[in-house]
Design a protein around this ligand. Structure first.
Ligand code: SAH
Ligand code: SF4
Ligand code: F3S
Length: 482
């Protein structure tokens, strides 16, 4: 993972993305409400999967804090250990099971500790998880977090507690997430939950339910609050942001689409950068691209997962677009916004994928030269249309070979992009000291989301500077303030 993967779309690698409460409190304005009626209990939460899931843990933190729970970064001393899980691929679930084994060991010395499984695995496996994972006390699906405290009480009285009801309305619009592990600059705001697409390989429609768009005013209010707390780079999150559509019943006919929402958030301040993820190739519109052009502070970066470069594979995936459609969308982005970075997700070895079909994905990468990309071996998920209709027939070694080839090619193009940046000057938002912690060295991103490291002088975190890139490594650009 070369730079903050959370900003590069929601298709994050579960392993790299495991975050705990460590950096909690890095921005005092986001700390838990110390005036809360403390009940003397502490919870620990660990999150896996996409940025939406991490954001959900922050909603859970707010809900528990209201009930008087404090947070701890040491699970061994927690009264309640929560693991917010991902089901996207088999290995994501394996990781959670391994971690659960460690958590359960705590019960040997502190048997009263409660262990709860939240998120997509809870939703996918439901009560079955209680049979598979003895000593788990609570199973709570992504739409049931408001019932957490009741479930905790039930579990504390010795009954296993489960709520995995999905909702058509729940957006947690009124809950301001408690920013766990934040640098105080990059903030994430969920704008929609669930997904109405039915990509044949994907569990998300089953684990997250129907798509719902959140009240636009609550989104703007949350983004404004973040801005007032010092955040300067906000990513609007949804499985398919382009299908955002909110209708205000109170105001009759008022309806707000994604382009309009983007403009509303961008209007908060010219000093607030706005990003978004994920864009679906079938839904991204010219209106969104024109809105990006109209606002300097909407970052010139689009995460546009292709999944495959072959039309037959795309049809089996039920992505509802073909290769030509994808390339046309790609060309349109570059035509209107030539400097726009485009990143993607690719799945290798999907059911029935032939060498020729894989070669089409290679040629698509050679055409698009993505700025960044995530790649995954197809992992069959039970209950999905692909599992029911197609054989998972590409041998593991072939999936791996294709993955390796794609990784090498994408790395090459990402490095080419970095080399092309040398000599150019970018407006950079300072995020803090560079990760290598060299004296006086700062880091920040340009609008395309490239990370740049430079000597900072008097420059302050959260402010903008112009940086000329002088050199590059494979992952990072090196520059100087001009
Ligand atoms: N809503 C986003 C994707 C969210 S899931 C979109 O439609 O683009 C993130 C990524 O995980 C997907 O883009 C896909 O590349 C990958 N993925 C999803 N299901 C998978 C599976 N069963 N096996 C392997 N990769 C998968
Ligand atoms: Fe899954 Fe497709 Fe929805 Fe993305 S758009 S979350 S891949 S079903
Ligand atoms: Fe996200 Fe994983 Fe669920 S990618 S929506 S946490 S299955």
């Amino acid at each position: 993972m070369e730079h903050n993967p959370l900003l590069n779309g929601i298709s994050v690698k579960e392993h790299d993305e495991t975050r705990q409460g460590e950096a909690f409190g890095s921005n005092p304005a986001t700390q838990l409400n110390v005036n809360a009626p403390a009940n003397g209990k502490q919870f620990y939460v660990e999150s896996y999967g996409c940025a939406l899931n991490f954001n959900d843990s922050e909603i859970v933190a707010t809900l528990l804090n209201k009930e008087g729970y404090g947070i701890t970064t040491n699970y061994k001393e927690a009264d309640l250990i929560l693991i917010n899980t991902c089901s996207i691929r088999e290995n994501a679930e394996q990781k959670v099971r391994e971690r659960l084994r460690q958590f359960k060991a705590v019960k040997k010395t502190r048997p009263e500790t409660l262990i709860g499984v939240l998120g997509c695995m809870a939703e996918r496996l439901k009560e079955k998880l209680l049979e598979q994972e003895q000593m788990v006390d609570l199973i709570v699906g992504p739409d049931a977090y408001r019932s957490l405290t009741e479930l905790i009480q039930e579990a504390a009285s010795g009954h296993k507690a489960v709520n995995v009801l999905l909702s058509r309305e729940e957006t947690y619009a009124d809950i301001s997430p408690t920013r766990l592990s934040s640098n105080g600059i990059n903030g994430f705001v969920t704008i929609a939950r669930g997904c109405n697409n039915m990509c044949s390989f994907c569990v998300v429609p089953y684990t997250r339910g129907r798509e719902r768009s959140r009240d636009a005013y609550s989104i703007v209010a949350e983004a404004t609050m973040l801005f007032n707390e010092g955040f300067r780079d906000i990513t609007l999150l949804g499985q398919n942001v382009d299908s955002y559509h909110w209708q205000n019943e109170a105001e009759g006919s008022l309806s707000i689409n994604f382009a309009q929402l983007l403009a509303m958030v961008a209007a908060i301040s010219p000093d607030l950068r706005v990003r978004f993820s994920t864009s679906h190739p079938k839904d991204i519109t010219d209106e969104v691209l024109y809105t990006m052009l109209a606002h300097e502070n909407i970052c010139k970066q689009i995460h546009l997962p292709a999944q495959s470069g072959n039309s037959e594979v795309l049809e089996r995936m039920n992505r509802t677009y073909d290769r030509e459609w994808y390339l046309q969308k790609f060309n349109r982005i570059k035509e209107l916004i030539p400097e726009c970075a485009v990143s993607t997700d690719i799945i290798t070895g999907f059911c029935g994928e032939t060498d020729e079909q894989h070669a089409d994905t290679i040629s698509m990468i050679n055409y698009c030269k993505f700025d960044f990309s995530y790649h995954f071996k197809y992992s069959e998920r039970s209950g999905t249309p692909a599992q029911k209709k197609f054989a998972d027939d590409v041998p593991e070694e072939v999936k791996q070979q294709r993955l390796d080839e794609i990784i090498a090619l994408c790395r090459f193009y990402a490095h080419e992009k970095n080399k092309a940046a040398v000599g150019q000057t970018f407006k950079v938002l300072i995020e803090g000291p560079s990760h290598k912690k060299v004296d006086g060295q700062l880091c920040g991103r340009n609008t395309q989301n490239q990370m740049i490291v430079f000597q900072g002088g008097q420059a302050q975190k959260g402010t903008y500077v112009h940086v000329k890139v002088t050199a590059t490594t494979t992952g990072t650009l090196i520059g100087e303030i001009v």
